[in-house]
Design a protein around this ligand. Structure first.
Ligand SMILES: O=C(O)CCC(=O)C(=O)O
Length: 261
């Protein structure tokens, strides 16, 4: 695909807070990434977060429970393999992010996402409605994540759902619970959630989404693991607040973008 975004993609992102680059990864790159990630899943190569650690709906309650060793996220994706590093620094992603952010000084955060999300049959959990920025600390809430589908992502295997336009709305603290998820018992939240869309992705698609966009995902009800590398970016003039969790590791400039091979 051309890395020159169409005006309609730019407008879609500004209005909805996300857009999908269809067929972004070639079949060869996708298959290579999938094989190397599967090698990190069996046996499990850390650092990793387990379903039992997140405590989300549907997750095993404890590591010692049945399914308690099911991985949820392979952490430090950038440092895991040359293929994932090349994906994180992908030249076309850098070009698209430059257009979306209005600057060519784009940096990869090593502190947020920078992981491979996995959803395993049997023991995967659902993620409730949230904005990623809720636990992140930057000068401005203006980060963009890129989520890659290495296989098809559908409602039945836990595809992301989004509520378009929420990246530009203000939500009072009372709309959120103690963990900063939308409180589903509130009528105004129920009305908001009615506007949700499932973002179905085909293998090789890339979803670009704003850190203030409300999103959620269900469990994987199929018999195939779902594998989705995710990276988060910010502009050079939007830096992490010193000594917060967003500042644990330095960000990486995309000007050194590697061609994926
Ligand atoms: O795959 C999912 O359950 C969603 C994950 C997610 O939205 C997140 O970790 O921020």
């Amino acid at each position: 695909m051309s890395a020159q975004l169409k005006n309609e993609d730019l407008s879609a992102f500004a209005k909805d807070g996300y857009f999908v680059a269809r067929g972004f990864l070639s079949e060869r790159v996708r298959a290579k990434l999938k094989a190397s990630i599967q090698g990190d899943l069996e046996p499990l190569v850390g650092p990793a977060e387990l379903e039992a650690d997140v405590g989300y709906p549907g997750a095993p309650g404890h590591r010692s429970d049945l399914g308690g060793s099911t991985p949820r996220r392979l952490l430090h994706a950038y440092a895991r393999s040359d293929d994932l590093k090349a994906l994180a620094l992908h030249a076309e992603v850098a070009q698209i992010l430059s257009q979306l952010m209005g600057t060519n000084q784009v940096q990869l955060s090593q502190c947020h996402h920078n992981c491979v999300m996995t959803k395993h049959p049997g023991f995967s959990s659902a993620t409730l409605w949230h904005q990623d920025i809720r636990y992140w600390s930057f000068d401005r809430p203006e980060l963009i994540s890129v989520w890659y589908a290495l296989g098809d992502e559908l409602d039945k295997n836990g595809a992301l759902s989004v509520i378009p336009g929420t990246h530009v709305e203000d939500f009072g603290r009372g709309r959120l619970d103690r963990n900063l998820f939308l409180r589903p018992e509130l009528t105004e939240n129920q009305e908001l959630i009615k506007q949700a869309r499932v973002v179905e992705l085909a293998a090789g698609d890339a979803l670009f989404f704003h850190c203030r966009l409300f999103h959620a995902a269900g469990r994987n009800l199929t018999d195939q693991v779902k594998i989705s590398p995710v990276f988060t970016y910010h502009s050079q003039n939007n830096q992490p607040i010193p000594e917060t969790s967003s500042d644990r590791l330095p960000s990486i400039m995309l000007s050194n973008a590697a061609q994926i091979s």
